[in-house]
Ligand binder design. Sequence first.
Ligand code: SIN
Length: 304
Amino acid sequence: MADLSLELCGVKLKNPIIAASGTFGFGREYDELYDIGQLGGISVKGLSLKPRTGNPPSRIAETPSGMLNSVGLQNPGVDSFVENDLPWLLGKNVAVIANITGTSIDEYVQMAERLAPTGVHMLEMNISCPNVHEGGVAFGVKPESVYQITKAVKAAARQPLIVKLTPNVSDITENALAAQEAGADAISMINTLTGIAVDVRRRKMILANNTGGLSGPAVRPVALRMVWQSAQKVHIPIIGMGGIETGEDAAAFMLCGAKAVMVGTANFTDPFACPRIIRELDAYCDRQNVRSAQELVGTLEENG
Ligand code: SIN
């Protein structure tokens, strides 16, 4: 058995497999199926200052090798999370990452302040949601605004700050660098790629919001490329995600430079995906004669 453990921004993780925000709720439903304490971490559904009902239906569409979502950051609000879900989650012996959203820089700062005295282990600042009309990806497209919001939230945060980047830009490495320069402790990538789904019979858009975010295996090659490119530019840890379905997919992200990975859409097709991927990564390390999974990070051999 390989050593899968790691330290991420000063937080000890049992393994590099983290459940991705928006695909795992606050962990309760999955904990009915298996002990979620097996996971490296859980990034909870994006939280806002006030409860949000999200976008109207239809807000999910199946696509070749993936799915589109336009959930619109539905969540019960940060106070409900802190009172009702966090105490239970903290008893699970798993790193808890609070994914935070807002419609203004001030709201993101207030979220960091609200979570500062809690037992949350890390913050993941979502500046990459393509499904809301205010905030979300608006802060994550230009390097200047990535810098500005990261600087402000980092000053208010008491936990390590992960900045979640959008792939809907021409050069994601500029935003990775901007986050690092502003003091981010880590970056996570990629959030979803904006797409649409067309009902040709009714000649209508399928999603009520028109556009949605594409995730699943269809985006994996793009995500791998972006992680690999960013790893050449930044020295802070990268958490890779985008269509991971197997232990070898997780290893591919680590070879490209990711220290840890997030598993999202796979949870919908296989609710046991995360613990299975942990076992498969372990078996891959054994086959590769790797004693610690961290030895894989950034060791991809390039051609010419
Ligand atoms: C959503 O709730 O719309 C998805 C979150 C995201 O894409 O960041």
